[in-house]
Design a protein around this ligand. Structure first.
Ligand SMILES: [Zn+2]
Length: 267
């Protein structure tokens, strides 16, 4: 009696197992039939940084060389996209782009600039270096003025330091050009404004530079070309003289890192 029962139970279990296997197999087959082959997801490429874009444009310009780039040219679209990114593109595009041209920058000699030749036969120069796009004139002028001083009077003070360390954040791990010489008591903006005041007269206001160079990511004055030689512009020369004559006081100098200096400078 007991034996029969055991066999019966084993039988039931076996059937159940078989049924289970069957169900599993059936489900698997169904899933296989219904499987939708998802297209392989391409990972979104990382957006490239502004610095990398500037590098690419510089390389593109070097590769193309000077000359006209018509719409049919393979590089045209890359230049076109660059113009599309410009926040005030309408002012440059005007009636429409006919061709793009790479020309010599007459104000700096070695540099190339872009020119947009419009459909209505007018043309306009275009600054391809997008790191300068969002800066207003005073900001660019300030950066160039700072850079001139960095290369003259401040350079000596920096050289005299045994170790470069930021007085505000104590950072001593940066590269040499990331440290600026700052005036402890006189804000740079005051010295700048005092000098610019000298240019307040209508007749000489036009000598304040309006366009700048940006060779390696820092703003500089454009050299003047005279007698086929590149020379420091009168504005820059006078500015260095002015600063050194009135404000070159090493006892008032301190070392700041670039970021602490820009935070201080904006106050
Ligand atoms: Zn700092």
């Amino acid at each position: 009696m007991l034996k029969i029962t055991t066999t019966a139970i084993t039988k039931i279990i076996r059937i159940t197992r078989m049924t289970q296997t069957k169900i599993v197999k059936q489900r698997a087959l169904k899933a296989k039939t219904n499987r939708v082959n998802k297209p392989k997801q391409n990972k979104e490429p990382k957006p490239i940084t502004k610095a990398a874009r500037v590098r690419n444009t510089r390389n593109l310009i070097t590769k193309q060389g000077r000359g006209i780039i018509p719409k049919e040219h393979p590089a045209f679209n890359q230049f076109y996209e660059l113009i599309q990114r410009y926040p005030y593109k309408e002012t440059k595009i005007g009636a429409g782009i006919h061709t793009i041209e790479i020309i010599k920058n007459n104000r700096s000699g070695a540099d190339n600039i872009m020119k947009i030749n419009r459909t209505d036969e007018t043309s306009v120069s275009f600054h391809w270096n997008e790191t300068t796009w969002n800066k207003n004139h005073l900001r660019l002028l300030t950066e160039a003025m700072r850079h001139s001083i960095e290369r003259s009077s401040s350079k000596n003070y920096k050289k005299q330091q045994k170790k470069l360390i930021c007085c505000f954040c104590n950072n001593d791990k940066l590269s040499k050009n990331q440290y600026h010489v700052d005036h402890k008591t006189i804000p740079f903006s005051h010295i700048r404004d005092a000098y610019l005041k000298e240019y307040e007269y209508e007749s000489i206001r036009s000598f304040i530079p309006v366009s700048f160079n940006n060779p390696e990511g820092y703003t500089t004055f454009i050299k003047e070309i005279s007698d086929l030689k590149k020379k420091t512009s009168g504005f820059e020369k006078d500015w260095i003289w002015y600063h050194d004559e009135l404000y070159n006081h090493p006892e008032d100098y301190q070392i700041l890192c670039a970021s602490c200096n820009s935070i201080k400078g904006n106050k």
